[in-house]
Ligand binder design. Structure first.
Ligand SMILES: Nc1ncnc2c1ncn2[C@@H]1O[C@H](COP(=O)(O)OP(=O)(O)O)[C@@H](O)[C@H]1O
Ligand SMILES: Cc1ncc(COP(=O)(O)O)c(N)n1
Length: 265
């Protein structure tokens, strides 16, 4: 069985973070493991409280995992402080980790900030160069590239800046662009659009976490990066089309749709 590790925050409402990652990896037939960076008390309406783990405890979780069941691929999500980022960067190097997808989580769909400013600098300087793929959404890509994104051309320019600066592939997700669900892939001075059909569903809590974990699952299974992105986007679209409607705010996706013979139109 292929194995994957998620290094991310826990979402008590189960739709994003570690919980979304484990569900996604599991329905892809990949053995999921976790190293938790923070506990969030969160629901579909917002993040009520965050409790970070200590750097020592994160370090121990990573050591416990890597020295026993080595992950074929790794997803990194919410990491809210510079000390935690330093620990992750050090362990990834020490254990020679491969197939690393970094989702630079900064703000929850509900609008709550999940990272501090110093940590953003550490992400850029210590973690991004180790990534196989970065998956910023538009607001995150604006912060990381220093450019405002209003058009498709802006997305290409921002992705180019990030890819060249960090020497890694970038998938700039277009879910925050009105009427679109097109994601821009940039690598080796070339770009490619991953065109998605926009699904009218306001329950999008955890879309980013789910996409990055699905990509990680496919990388663990040995798919190449572009194939992994196509397959993951297809999985995510199905999870949105299944129209689960839970909670009072922006609700979670139906992660299990692909085990249940699809969805009803
Ligand atoms: N309404 C939608 N219909 C179809 N795909 C969507 C929709 N909203 C987001 N997506 C897709 O979900 C993935 C996550 O994108 P996005 O929501 O922008 O990220 P994040 O959750 O990190 O903010 C992307 O592949 C994006 O194209
Ligand atoms: C613990 C945690 N991690 C990440 C997100 C972002 O979620 P989204 O995928 O909706 O951007 C979140 N809301 N909570």
């Amino acid at each position: 069985m292929k194995t994957a590790l998620t290094i991310a925050g826990s979402d008590s409402s189960g739709g994003a973070g570690i919980q979304a990652d484990i569900k996604t990896m599991t329905v892809h037939g990949v053995y999921a493991m976790s190293a938790i960076t923070a506990l969030t008390a969160q629901n579909t309406m917002g993040v009520q409280k965050v409790m970070e783990v200590t750097p020592e405890f994160l370090s121990q979780q990573l050591e416990s995992v890597f020295t026993d069941i080595y992950p074929d691929a790794i997803k990194i999500g919410m990491v809210s402080s510079s000390a935690l980022i330093e620990v992750i960067a050090e362990k990834l190097t020490f254990y020679d980790a491969k197939n690393i997808v970094v989702d630079p989580v900064m703000v929850a769909t509900s609008g709550s900030k999940l990272i501090n400013d110093k940590a953003i600098e550490y992400l850029k300087n210590k973690l991004f160069a180790k990534a196989t793929l970065l998956t910023p959404n538009i607001p995150e890509a604006e912060i990381l590239s220093g450019r405002t994104i209003k058009t498709s051309e802006d997305m290409i320019a921002a992705a180019r800046i990030m890819s060249e600066e960090y020497g890694t592939a970038v998938l700039c997700k277009g879910g925050h662009a009105l009427n679109e669900a097109n994601d821009l892939f940039y690598y080796n001075h070339q770009y490619k659009w991953f065109i998605g059909e926009r699904i009218e569903n306001s329950n999008t809590h955890g879309t980013g976490c789910t996409l990055s974990s699905a990509i990680t699952s496919y990388l663990a299974q040995g798919k190449d990066l572009e194939n992994a992105i196509w397959l993951a986007k297809n999985y995510l679209s199905g999870a949105l089309r299944a129209m689960l409607n839970l909670g009072k705010g922006s609700g979670p996706l139906k992660h299990t749709w692909n085990l249940e013979g699809g969805y009803e139109e």
